[in-house]
Design a binder for this molecule. Structure first.
Ligand code: AMP
Length: 194
């Protein structure tokens, strides 16, 4: 099994986010689940990779060449794919993965997360998407997504596209229990005139 993790590059965030990342990384390594990530050495990305490597787990970084050139690539990660563009990087991050896990992050993480949610809505991506809501960091995002449905910008079925969990120990069960999703999602991707 292989999961993709989107997470923060910032090193200045509260320690609680590093702790949650460490717990998740330890669980993934213990379960022999390969981690694919953005390849960064700083912030939650850096801590994720350090922990997976320390625990003897498998990890792959995917990063555009220009980031490698400015030395953003994690030095302890041996398995790397370097891409020409950011969009190629994002495609490789979600293609062939068994699940997406979003940890707290800034616009980079949000962009990556929204891309896979949008592709899932169109049936182009069908795997589980789990959002780790450490200390309710993503509470406003959860409210916003639910508001999209309440105000009929999306269908109630779309609420099944993602799962918010509070604790790292809930991530793997959430992946396992995620409702099936298929390419048929395209049939109810938009709300038409009734
Ligand atoms: P953010 O959640 O805004 O910190 O963004 C995380 C994403 O930003 C990563 O996947 C990268 O696209 C990019 N990024 C920003 N800073 C770095 C860094 N120091 N190393 C690697 N990627 C970075």
């Amino acid at each position: 099994m292989k999961v993709t993790i989107y997470c923060a590059s910032s090193a200045q965030i509260h320690q609680k986010y590093f702790y949650a990342t460490e717990l998740l990384a330890t669980t993934l390594a213990a379960n022999k689940i390969k981690v694919v990530f953005g390849g960064g050495a700083e912030g939650l990305m850096g801590h994720l990779a350090n922990t997976v490597v320390e625990q003897g787990g498998e990890i792959q970084g995917i990063m555009p060449h220009f980031m490698k050139e400015i030395e953003w690539a994690h030095p302890k990660v041996m398995d790397f794919i370097f891409t020409d563009t950011m969009s190629e990087r994002k495609t490789l991050l979600y293609r062939d993965t068994d699940a997406i896990i979003a940890l707290p992050g800034g616009t980079g993480t949000l962009e990556e997360l929204f891309e896979v949610i949008t592709l899932k809505r169109l049936g182009e991506f069908t795997r589980p998407i789990v959002i780790l809501n450490t200390d309710n960091y993503y509470g406003p995002l959860q409210e916003m997504l639910e508001r999209c449905v309440d105000e009929k910008f999306m269908n109630p079925q779309h609420l099944d596209m993602w799962s918010f969990v509070d604790h790292p120990s809930e991530v793997l069960p959430a992946i396992e229990n995620m409702p099936d999703w298929s390419a048929d999602a395209l049939n109810y991707a938009t709300l038409k005139q009734s």
